[in-house]
Design a protein around this ligand. Structure first.
Ligand code: NAD
Ligand code: TYD
Length: 354
């Protein structure tokens, strides 16, 4: 058996591929364009592993995707590939529209064509799992209940609007064509291999480099944090047992204001890598101008996936953030390659890329 993973060289996708192959012998076809966010160094441990077949390419390339589906006959497509950073979407939304909407539409069409032609027994088992975000629901006020699957879509950033559009396409392909789709909407992830443009890895690498820790505005915006491996286990569970056409919110009930996250990272670094002069990394915290349209609060009501699929996260925020800080301390070469762009050279050396 085989699965097709898109975006498997990114943060969550690479964690998913590593976890999948640690638990299953099912081959993974990993289709990734290797944008700035794609890093095959994350998958270095799989270099000699025949169960991982990496293909560099765009999910919107119909000829390529049709060929991969015909050749490898996967039982499922797991769609992680996306442009994922809100700040980049504010400065340059075009790529978000192209990948998150147009390429997702093309991938859906390729999957539909493939699925329609499968023998009935394989058709019944086929799944298209779309990985999405809680940001499609918009922003919560401090007193609002967390996002449930029944909340209205009210995306506020170009990123969340593009993901909302892709969720709607996936939904429509189920209702119109009967495609066996599943959608997951997860809260903010953190953990190993996280590109240091997002809050937690940026704070860790900047702190260690003696640079300012830029907190947008007053830092009182709230995000709901989930350790990436718990997101991966939830996706595996939804793939295994999710009801067709349903959406599942994924989160670990870990709401925290940004400033508290940054302070916690500093405290852990003070303990695990104390500065020579004895001062705290907190001295590097710098409040900077706020993000335009900054969503006040995200929070996930995860009761549906807990109740219907019996999923629970394995990590608390305390255990997950400690593991994350430790991972960055243990992997200075990965950090350096990402910061200097050398990971692209590494890829070119290790893999034949088109
Ligand atoms: P990421 O930016 O780290 O990785 C995205 C990957 O997709 C990269 O490897 C990139 O090369 C690849 N890619 C981009 N455009 C492509 C294209 N056109 N064709 C093929 N590959 C392409 O993102 P991530 O944080 O790992 O997020 C993965 C998915 O999870 C996204 O769909 C995102 O919306 C969703 N999500 C992320 C979070 C989070 O906190 N990071 C939370 C909820 C949902
Ligand atoms: P981010 O990691 O970009 O995820 P998202 O915007 O998708 O939630 O940001 C998480 C929160 O941290 C968000 O409220 C913006 C804030 N933030 C900062 O305060 N400083 C930073 O340098 C970054 C990248 C984010």
């Amino acid at each position: 058996m085989t699965i097709l993973v898109t975006g498997g060289a990114g943060f969550i996708g690479s964690n998913f591929v590593l976890d999948w192959l640690a638990q299953s012998d099912e081959t993974v076809i990993n289709l990734d364009k290797l944008t700035y966010a794609g890093n095959l160094e994350n998958l270095a441990s799989l270099q000699a592993d025949g169960r991982h077949i990496f293909v560099r390419g765009d999910v919107g390339d119909r000829v390529l995707v049709d060929g991969l589906l015909a050749e490898h006959r996967p039982r499922a497509v797991l769609h992680f590939a996306a442009e994922s950073h809100v700040d980049r979407s504010i400065h340059g939304p075009e790529d978000f529209i192209q990948t998150n909407i147009v390429a997702t539409f093309r991938l859906l069409e390729a999957a539909r064509t493939y699925w329609s032609a499968l023998p009935v027994t394989e058709q019944v088992d086929f799944r298209f799992l779309h990985v999405s975000t809680d940001e499609v629901y918009g922003a919560l006020s401090p007193d609002d209940p967390p996002f449930a699957e029944t909340n209205r879509y009210e995306p506020n950033s170009p990123y969340s609007a593009s993901k909302a559009a892709s969720d709607h396409l996936v939904r429509a392909w189920h209702h119109t064509y009967g495609m066996p789709v599943l959608t997951t909407n997860c809260s903010n992830n953190y953990g190993p291999y996280h590109f240091p443009e997002k809050l937690i890895p940026l704070m860790i690498v900047n702190a260690l480099a003696g640079k300012p820790l830029p907190v947008y505005g007053n830092g009182l915006q709230v995000r709901d944090w989930l350790y990436v491996k718990d997101h991966c286990s939830a996706i595996r569970r939804v793939l295994e047992a999710g009801a067709l056409g349903e959406t599942y919110n994924i989160g670990g009930w870990n709401e925290k204001p940004n400033i508290e996250i940054v302070q916690r990272v500093c405290e852990l670094l003070d303990e695990m890598r104390p500065k020579a002069d004895g001062s705290s990394y907190k001295m590097q915290i710098t409040h900077v101008v706020d993000r335009p349209g900054h969503d006040r609060r995200y929070a996930i009501d995860a009761r549906k996936i807990e109740r219907e699929l019996g999923w629970k996260p394995a990590e608390t925020f305390d255990t997950g953030i400690r593991k994350t800080v430790q991972w960055y301390l243990d992997n200075p070469a990965w950090v350096e390659h990402v910061q200097t762009g050398a990971y692209h050279d590494w890829v070119a050396k290790q893999y034949e890329v088109a």
